[in-house]
Design a protein around this ligand. Structure first.
Ligand SMILES: Cc1cc2nc3c(=O)[nH]c(=O)nc-3n(C[C@H](O)[C@H](O)[C@H](O)COP(=O)(O)OP(=O)(O)OC[C@H]3O[C@@H](n4cnc5c(N)ncnc54)[C@H](O)[C@@H]3O)c2cc1C
Ligand code: FES
Ligand code: FES
Length: 479
């Protein structure tokens, strides 16, 4: 393809395969080696760049996704011969050790300070939680970001002046033009159906945070890819009657920025806050999370307790399936060839229900859950449990609902004794597997304990959901 985009302020037309990873395009074809590749799977943040000013992982983006976009790499951050204030601050605070993670840290921090000029230390820590410093120099990195707006005289850049950086970009020639796997980005649904008809074995993708990892590991090798990110109707969030309809291509970050979601569906918002890292939340989508159908998929338990259904559409028509009917097992769904997930339909929860989601992982960011629990609880006037819905993640082939436990809890007091009484039955009913993250017994124990923590967590943290005042629609391609 002829890729037209702006790189570090220079308009470029580049002959490159749409299938080429952005990190390879930047490093190998354009010589912009300030962008590092650490893990190659979205877990370290070393490859962070800015796309239209927002931080993205270049190892999980294809060149085709850059069309018309404004890309900034570390080489283009400083606009003069002086270092950018953040770079100066990193130098002054001794926040650079091996330096491998530094470009990604600086670009992530640039995005943060653009959005929020005076973050506190915990906000900075959250923002860089997807950027790993293996030498654990985090305190100095946080200092550098905290005081970047307060900097003393800037440090002169050396020895790569802006002019020579620009020349390198202009002189660069692609080293590789892979044309074996075309990538298409339809702009309308009709165009999508034509592409699917012409390429029936093509693989769909949206954020690419799962698919690009599988491609790299050669777990899949489709002859063509079709990106759904430019289909506006897949980006809409709207309250319609008694439900909220969420377009499948809505990113996790877009959902978290939408009051309709955070105020009406707190259980979903709580899960999204714990999904991946800021980068993954900005790139990954709700539709991708559901179609991947991982037992550890963080949106699955909350959507299950919310009784969500999915709207599937193909060239021949559409159908609506409950989430239970849609996800048939680990990694498998009821999607038929030629069909896409268009939207997720979430009925409005009871107005005074309490929402809670908790996930236990091996670390607080970028952790696949060892076990998770979503709960929606409605109380009667006398404080007893009128209605309860519980859904566990990561302890079975797909989301685990235990209707007999829910029935046993109805009418009981909302306290620890009540939950302790059903614990043996929960232990018995859960069937987790052992894997690299945790053994089956440990998972079962953690999952049961999450239930035991519910009364305390509900009294402390959760807020009753509100009904939306009116329809809110959002239509954006990138967060
Ligand atoms: C470092 C890292 C950390 C992660 N952490 C978490 C985590 O904590 N919790 C969690 O749940 N997930 C996590 N994930 C997984 C992933 O980010 C999510 O599952 C994400 O929501 C996938 O969305 P996507 O748009 O990127 O999917 P893609 O990679 O674009 O697609 C995933 C699958 O869905 C299909 N697909 C996508 N959209 C559609 C559609 N509209 N219709 C039909 N098929 C479609 C694709 O064909 C593909 O099979 C992580 C991933 C990475 C790389
Ligand atoms: S190289 Fe580690 S996140 Fe991209
Ligand atoms: S400075 Fe590079 S890993 Fe810490």
């Amino acid at each position: 393809m002829k890729l037209s985009c702006s790189i570090n302020g220079v308009a470029r037309t580049i002959d490159v395969s749409a299938n080429r990873r952005t990190v390879d395009l930047l490093r190998e074809d354009l010589g912009l080696t300030g962008t590092k590749e650490g893990c190659g799977t979205g877990e370290c943040g070393a490859c962070t760049i800015l796309v239209d000013g927002r931080s993205r992982l270049s190892c999980l983006m294809l060149a085709g996704q850059l069309e018309g976009r404004r890309i900034t790499t570390i080489e283009g951050l400083a606009e003069t011969e002086q270092l950018h204030p953040l770079q100066s601050s990193f130098v002054r605070h001794g926040a650079v050790q091996c330096g491998f993670c530094t470009p990604g840290m600086v670009l992530t921090a640039t995005d943060l300070l653009d959005q929020q000029p005076h973050p506190d230390r915990s906000e900075i820590a959250r923002a860089i939680s997807g950027n790993i410093c293996r030498c654990t120099g985090y305190q100095k990195i946080i200092d550098a970001i905290e005081y970047a707006d307060n900097h003393s005289p800037p440090v002169a850049a050396a020895p790569t002046p802006a002019q020579s950086r620009q020349q390198r970009v202009e002189q660069a020639h692609p080293t590789q033009t892979i044309t074996d796997r075309p990538v298409f980005f339809p702009e309308s649904i009709d165009q999508l159906w034509r592409l699917i008809a012409a390429h029936p074995d093509a693989r769909l993708f949206c954020g690419g945070t799962d698919l690009l990892v599988w491609l790299r590991a050669r777990r899949v090798d489709p002859p063509a890819l079709i990106g759904l990110e430019r289909l506006d109707e897949l980006h809409t969030i709207a309250a319609t009657g008694d439900a909220i309809r969420i377009g499948a291509a809505t990113s996790h970050a877009e959902l978290l920025a939408n009051p309709l979601i955070t105020e009406t569906l707190p259980v979903l918002a709580q899960a999204l806050q714990q999904l991946g890292s800021p980068h993954i939340r900005r790139m990954g989508t709700i539709g991708g999370n559901l179609v991947t159908a991982s037992p550890a998929g963080d949106t699955l338990p909350p959507l299950s307790v919310l009784d969500a259904s999915v709207d599937l559409v193909s060239a021949d028509g559409s159908r609506i399936l409950s989430l239970t009917d849609f996800i048939s097992g680990p990694g498998t769904t009821a999607l038929l060839p030629g069909e896409i997930l268009r939207s997720v339909i979430v009925p409005l929860p009871p107005p005074k229900a309490f929402h809670h989601f908790e996930k236990v992982g091996l670390r607080s960011a970028l952790a696949c859950s060892v076990a998770s629990l979503a709960a929606l609880i409605e109380r009667a006037q006398d404080g007893t449990i009128r209605q309860v819905r519980l859904a566990w993640g990561s302890v079975g082939p797909t989301v685990t609902r235990l209707p007999e436990i829910e029935a046993a809890l109805r009418g009981e007091s909302l306290n620890e004794t009540t939950f302790a009484a059903v614990l043996p039955a929960v232990h018995q009913a859960l069937s987790p597997i052992s894997d690299v993250r945790a053994g089956a017994d440990y998972r079962r124990q953690v999952a049961a304990n999450l239930l035991l923590r519910l009364p305390e967590m509900l009294s402390e943290s959760s807020a009753p959901a509100q009904r939306p005042a009116d329809t809110v629609a959002a239509s954006r391609r990138l967060a």
